[in-house]
Design a protein around this ligand. Structure first.
Ligand code: NDP
Length: 317
């Protein structure tokens, strides 16, 4: 049994843990891979020597496939790519940039390449660039996001109709029911980020994990579209941004207010006042920090229960 994604990645369950800056290192990635999903090391916040160490550690604790997420805007991307090739990492998820630049080079080294997009237009471009699969991420997602505000509910069926290669749905998925919805919409797998931030193995600061658990519906907002759109928790730093918008701040003023290292401050150092706390809308459904393997199991069993429920007469019209 399996589908196009489980075969492509050689994994058991079509559940992929998103590569998230400051949150997904070797402990989280290896735990998800050992639980039968696909774990991803988020390399965007790692200096080259840190990524090297993280991959080496991951390989010690899992013999299962895992991936590295590579944001194309990362300043030392060549060094990250050398490290990925050196360790024979089997799968790379590229994001935030042109998939043409590195896809062939990675594939020539036997690496499966997946690109993250937020629109049909970019899904088609990524397919034309030769990637092996696509992640389509809707407006609900945490962290960096598209400008068009297309929700997962609308984006997935549109991308599924447009492309021929396997499709992974992301944005607003963190439970079995949301996973089943995404599969019904046309996805072959789901990518889950926020739910794994609130896991024991995530490298996020405990203050950030607790604020994810406490977040309710309406507590996140997509902002900073003039720089790089990002969904974050409405904390005092967000309020400062909001005040700046009200006063008509221009892009340079917004950039100055953002400064450098805000994401590290919030998500890794636990500064809930001044830091940037990137998380998705699904945080409103996350109520507990638990082991990553339990999260994978919980999503799967809820998915299977929901699937059974939908096979009953109640839904047979
Ligand atoms: P900032 O420019 O605010 O800060 C850069 C941060 O990245 C610092 O905290 C720094 O750590 C760390 N870092 C790691 N490696 C390097 C390096 N080679 N050169 C400079 N800094 C490095 O960026 P953000 O915190 O908002 O984002 C960090 C990176 O994550 C971005 O450059 C981008 O590549 C990536 N990113 C990708 C996203 C995506 O794919 N959707 C989303 C968000 C970010 P230190 O403080 O220890 O110096």
């Amino acid at each position: 049994m399996g589908n196009s994604i489980t075969s492509l990645f050689k994994i058991q369950h079509p559940i992929i843990q998103a590569g998230m800056i400051w949150c997904s290192g070797w402990e989280l990635a290896s735990s998800v891979s050992n639980a039968g999903g696909l774990g991803i090391i988020g390399s965007g916040s790692m200096y080259p020597e840190v990524l090297d160490e993280q991959i080496a550690k991951c390989k010690v604790v899992t013999s299962k496939p895992f991936a590295v997420n590579l944001p194309m805007l990362y300043p030392d991307i060549d060094k990250h790519i050398e490290t990925i090739i050196k360790y024979k990492v089997p799968i790379v998820f590229t994001s935030a940039g042109n998939p043409k630049t590195w896809t062939k080079h990675l594939q020539d080294h036997g690496i499966v390449v997946v690109h993250v997009v937020s629109s049909v237009k970019f899904a088609l471009k990524a397919e034309a660039a030769g990637v092996d699969a696509i992640v389509a991420e809707g407006f609900e997602a945490g962290g960096h996001n598209g400008r068009d505000e297309t929700t997962t509910l609308c984006l997935i069926p549109m991308v599924a109709d447009a492309i021929k290669i396997p499709l992974i749905a992301a944005g607003g998925i963190g439970t079995g029911r949301t996973m089943l919805s995404a599969m019904i919409l046309g996805a072959d797998a789901v990518q889950v980020g926020s739910r794994f931030v609130a896991s024991n193995e995530s490298s996020a600061h405990i203050n950030f994990k607790n604020s994810v658990v406490e977040a309710k519906e309406g507590d996140t907002q997509l902002t900073l579209k003039e720089i790089t759109p990002v969904r974050l928790i409405k904390n005092p730093f967000y309020n400062k941004l909001s005040d700046a918008y009200e006063q008509g701040a221009n892009t340079d003023e917004l950039k100055a207010l953002l400064g450098r290292g805000r994401a590290k401050k919030g998500m890794f150092e636990g500064d809930l006042i001044e830091g940037e706390l990137e998380i998705g809308q699904i945080s409103g459904l996350i109520n507990e920090i638990k082991p990553a393997a339990d999260i994978v199991q919980e999503i799967l069993s809820e998915y299977n229960m929901a699937l059974k429920e939908f096979s009953t007469d109640k839904y047979n019209f």
